[in-house]
Design a protein around this ligand. Structure first.
Ligand SMILES: *[C@@H]1O[C@H](CO)[C@@H](O)[C@H](O)[C@H]1NC(C)=O
Ligand SMILES: *[C@@H]1O[C@H](CO)[C@@H](O)[C@H](O)[C@H]1NC(C)=O
Ligand SMILES: *[C@@H]1O[C@H](CO)[C@@H](O)[C@H](O)[C@H]1NC(C)=O
Ligand SMILES: *[C@@H]1O[C@H](CO)[C@@H](O)[C@H](O)[C@H]1NC(C)=O
Ligand SMILES: *[C@@H]1O[C@H](CO)[C@@H](O)[C@H](O)[C@H]1NC(C)=O
Ligand SMILES: *[C@@H]1O[C@H](CO)[C@@H](O)[C@H](O)[C@H]1NC(C)=O
Ligand SMILES: *[C@@H]1O[C@H](CO)[C@@H](O)[C@H](O)[C@H]1NC(C)=O
Length: 892
């Protein structure tokens, strides 16, 4: 409900704004004289002597020193200035008055009131739009008439709320109705409750803080501030503040009204009620100062304008200490915020607010980048913003490391660069800049240094080609050697060997993707060494795999939901080396590489409908007997969990560490934040206002964004996406109409939303920027997309996308830089069934720089060369392959 407080004219434009510009005495007095001249804009006897000084004018026209309220003009009668009803008003801003008439200005309203000798007050515009329709309105109308002062000599005398008492005797209204009506009238007409002493003190406090924030740019005394305020409020310069002056100030400045919180029942004019010690119904400067000086609790704060925005740049891993430059006397307690969240209440080791008002960030990560604000606890209006950017040393990787070519051939080498901010990339040969010659076109550089092509090589082209990346964090190089010789030595296109483990109904098969040869097979009927148990079960029992993940290319962990255990397979020995018992029906497995953990979610039932338990395997890459531990439960309950969301390990910036993950509970609109290292819950995040049961979560290393797909509880109707701040869990933005599952590129630069449509799918491609997401393009396809993976781009330092289809023998390739789409056909169809929530048609990449992708179809494995976008081979006669795990062995 709008409670309008004051009915007086607004005819001097935004004085406070003007005053805010003035920070020194001379300017202020200039302003005062300009205010004075504005104030007397009404019927001044035509002064055709522009040079006439103010002093002489005053002598000639007593009206110049006599103030009249809005709607009245000063007239001289028998040498005495009096206020008469205004004859002329200028339209200013339409207002609705209590007689349900819309007037072109306050002046018009007051002038009408003056002529009719009736009090009129400004109302909410709605009031004029309603007509008197029913009895209730009529009663209100009557009541309002009762409330009008009978004797309106000034037109401005306070319609004291005490008058209401007399209305209580009105007949034929039941008391409930009456009090409701009175409340409404009170709200409409006076907008005020009782102003208690306490509320009054708070109001004055706010008033002072507000004016300080608005008027003071430098270190100035409180006395000066008070004299500024006083002279600003003293509209008629009579050295006293009267009620109408104070009311006028409020009516002119909506910000002020909001700030001093008049809803409490206090108004500026309450000052006369409380602090008019000599009871003359006005405040002298003395009374005003005494009133304001009582506020011992207020520390008037200030901030050097030059420090309002403080740019801070830190290196990944640095400790950062931020000092708040908002000062005062006494030194005010300081509040630090990020996305509006009070950081002192965060209770996180890496973000600490100290008693001296500084903020300490330990070992900053990219997620810490962003804005931090500080202000005095009692004064939200003086705010310093610290803009923290975190930079990393560039990472550079060339492919191949070495190649050997014949004279006359072309050579090409690739470079993949990452870093924040994104580095400048250039190629050098033997430490010297390449001589790019436009005529011979010997060298061709593609996509900001992503690739270097050397045409028609000869022996002189033998050398060390360096890809060099530079940003504020430093310089990094990697070398690709070219050897030109008549008899080239064969080289692998990469310096790594990749092999993959396919998990299928009859066991685990290990293949080489280049030749598509089988290396080895672990049969489901094999006995696990050192035990009496079978890998899957006795003859005739098909294997059932939940998930499979590799750790450090050393071990593969695979969950066996029907056997309540996890198998640990050695990547080198290609044999089962450990069995880890788990809670019932272990399914989901995720690794947290930097903590060497494996997190496991057990379903406890044969379907995805019940509550689940979380377990953790520590030291996952260590050669030892492993076991599971439960994280500390929430409220003593282990088994409430629905989903577990951990930061994706496939991210580029390798030093990057995440401290937290999230868990959700069935049908709960919110998250539980997990401290990964200490295996405990830290706090909960309420997403009820967003109606969000998180369905899928992606963690962006850059800027610490958490992207979330939401659904309604129970019905599971999509409710759009949210962006959270990883550090504070504050909701940064919502996209209620963006439906679908988010996928994040490994460099944290692109967010892809996959939305299933009745005819196929839509992929929405957005770019991740410091300020949030920018829409790039979308791709509509009739392919019923089953799975999505990212593949290093050959023309940019970022990634492209491959998607597998469910209903067709097609793969979709999307160049995420250009939006160009290609279809790769003949890749077999998806298996008709999939279990344990697995996608029926997975597609996986061979690590970050492997050339191949693998996609298991119904009864075959398809190996795709991601660079040429062709099928490399089809490995048939594999029974329902469900998972592919790639292992990379470096041989340099
Ligand atoms: C109206 O006010 C005048 C002067 O302010 C006073 O003399 C007169 O008695 C008042 N009339 C009523 C009805 O209150
Ligand atoms: C401002 O601060 C300085 C020193 O900090 C002090 O000497 C001076 O009195 C203060 N007041 C004004 C109005 O400059
Ligand atoms: C305004 O005052 C009321 C009553 O004292 C209080 O409940 C409310 O929280 C205040 N609002 C603000 C924004 O300070
Ligand atoms: C090359 O870098 C510029 C500026 O950083 C960027 O705008 C452009 O998109 C990049 N081109 C490619 C192909 O990545
Ligand atoms: C899930 O499985 C449990 C036991 O395995 C069974 O009682 C329950 O009915 C199943 N729920 C659904 C929806 O299939
Ligand atoms: C796409 O696949 C999903 C999951 O298997 C299925 O529910 C949906 O009906 C399919 N949509 C189309 C258009 O074939
Ligand atoms: C951070 O603060 C700066 C300076 O006030 C502002 O320009 C920028 O938009 C802010 N960034 C975000 C993400 O809010």
């Amino acid at each position: 409900m709008s409670r309008h407080k004051c009915s007086h004219t607004f005819w001097i434009a935004n004085i406070l704004t003007l005053l805010a510009l003035s920070s020194s005495q001379p300017v202020q007095s200039e302003l005062k004289s300009s205010l004075r001249s504005q104030r007397h804009h009404r019927d001044v006897p035509s002064t055709n002597q522009p040079e006439t000084t103010t002093a002489t004018l005053l002598e000639n026209d007593p009206c110049l020193s006599h103030y009249c309220p809005s709607g009245r003009d000063c007239k001289v009668r028998e040498g005495v200035p009096i206020c008469d009803c205004a004859k002329k008003c200028l339209p200013h801003r339409s207002i609705c008055a209590s007689d349900k008439v819309v007037y072109p200005s306050h002046c018009h309203m007051h002038s009408t009131a003056c002529h009719n000798k009736r009090r009129l007050t400004q109302m909410n515009m709605n009031f004029c739009q309603k007509s008197v329709k029913n009895e209730r309105d009529w009663i209100k109308e009557k009541l309002s008439e009762e409330l009008r002062p009978k004797n309106d000599s000034s037109g401005l005398s306070a319609a004291g709320f005490s008058n209401v008492q007399s209305v209580l005797v009105l007949p034929s209204l039941n008391p409930g109705d009456l009090s409701n009506l009175l409340n409404e009238i009170e709200d409409h007409y006076y907008g005020r409750d009782e102003c208690s002493m306490q509320e009054y003190e708070v109001m004055k406090d706010n008033l002072l803080l507000y004016n300080h924030a608005k008027l003071m740019s430098e270190n100035q005394s409180k006395d000066y501030l008070l004299s500024m305020m006083f002279s600003h409020y003293d509209k008629n310069n009579d050295e006293h503040l009267e009620k109408y002056e104070l009311d006028q100030v409020s009516s002119e400045d909506q910000d002020l009204v909001n700030v001093i919180n008049l809803t409490s029942g206090c108004s500026l004019a309450s000052m006369i009620e409380f602090d008019d010690t000599d009871k003359d119904n006005k405040l002298s400067i003395n009374e005003f100062s005494v009133a304001m000086s009582k506020l011992y609790s207020v520390s008037v704060v200030s901030l050097d304008k030059a420090l309002e925005v403080n740019q801070v740049s830190a290196r990944l891993g640095d400790n950062v200490e931020l000092h708040c430059a908002v000062t005062g006397s006494p030194i005010p307690p300081v509040l630090w915020r990020r996305h509006g969240q009070d950081l002192a209440t965060l209770d996180q080791e890496d973000v600490k607010v100290y008693g001296d008002g500084s903020l300490y960030l330990t070992k900053v990560q990219l997620q810490h980048a962003g804005n931090y604000t500080c202000s005095a606890t009692r004064n939200p209006h003086v705010v310093q913003t610290h803009v923290l950017t975190v930079h990393t040393l560039p990472e550079v990787r060339v492919m191949p490391k070495i190649q050997s070519k014949r004279p006359g051939e072309d050579a090409q080498m690739f470079c993949h660069v990452s870093g924040e901010p994104f580095p400048q990339v250039k190629w050098l040969k033997n430490d010297e800049e390449l001589k790019i010659d436009e005529i011979s076109k010997k060298y061709q550089i593609i996509g900001n240094g992503t690739s270097l092509k050397i045409r028609k090589i000869d022996f002189a082209d033998t050398g060390a080609y360096m890809c060099q990346a530079t940003n504020i964090g430093g310089l990094t190089r990697d070398i690709s050697s070219l050897v030109v010789q008549d008899q080239p030595t064969p080289q692998s296109p990469t310096d790594e060997e990749h092999r993959f483990f396919a998990f299928h109904d009859w066991g685990i098969s290990v293949y080489d993707p280049t030749t598509c040869r089988l290396h080895h097979m672990i049969q489901g009927t094999d006995i696990i060494p050192g035990t009496q148990e079978y890998v899957c079960g006795d003859h005739g029992t098909a294997c059932s795999w939940g998930r499979a993940v590799s750790v450090s290319n050393r071990y593969i962990y695979a969950s066996q939901p029907t056997l309540d255990r996890i198998l640990v397979v050695s990547a080198v020995q290609m044999a089962v080396v450990d069995v880890v018992g788990t809670d019932k029906v272990p399914v989901e497995l995720e690794k947290v590489s930097h903590l060497d953990q494996l997190w496991l979610l057990s379903w406890r039932e044969g379907n995805d409908t019940g509550v689940k338990t979380i377990q953790v395997i520590r030291d996952a890459t260590q050669k030892r007997k492993h076991h599971t531990v439960h994280p500390e439960p929430i409220d003593g309950q282990f088994d409430m969990v629905k989903e577990l969301f951990l930061p994706y390990s496939f991210q580029e910036i390798s030093h990057y560490t995440y401290k937290y993950g999230y868990a959700t509970h069935t049908n709960q609109r919110g998250l539980y934040k997990l401290d990964l290292e200490n295996l405990r819950y830290t706090r909960s995040v309420d997403l009820t206002p967003q109606n969000c049961v998180p369905e899928q979560i992606q963690f962006s290393a850059l800027y610490g964004f958490v992207f979330m797909e939401c659904r309604e509880p129970v019905t599971r109707k999509p409710t759009g996406q949210l962006v959270l701040d990883y550090l504070t869990d504050a909701v940064i933005s919502t996209a209620p109409t963006l439906f679908g599952k988010p996928y994040l590129s490994p460099d944290s630069r692109k967010l892809i939303t996959f939305d299933r449509t009745p005819t196929g799918a839509t992929l929405i491609v957005q770019e991740i920027r410091a300020h949030g997401l920018d829409f790039l393009f979308d791709v509509k396809t009739s392919l019923n997309i089953s799975d999505i993976t990212f593949y290093p781009s050959q023309t940019t330092h970022s990634y492209d996308l491959y998607a597998s289809g469910q209903n067709k023998e097609d793969l979709l390739f999307v160049n995420l830089h250009t939006g160009k789409v290609e279809i790769i056909t003949g890749v077999g169809i998806a298996s008709s069934t999939s279990s344990w929530g697995n996608t029926p048609r997975p597609i996986t990449t061979a690590g970050r720089f492997g050339a191949f992708l693998a996609s298991p179809s119904n009864h075959a494995l398809f190996i795709i060369n991601g660079q040429s976008r062709t099928v490399n081979c089809e490995i048939s006669a594999v029974a329902k392959p469900s998972h592919i795990v790639w292992i990379t062995q470096k041989y340099h």
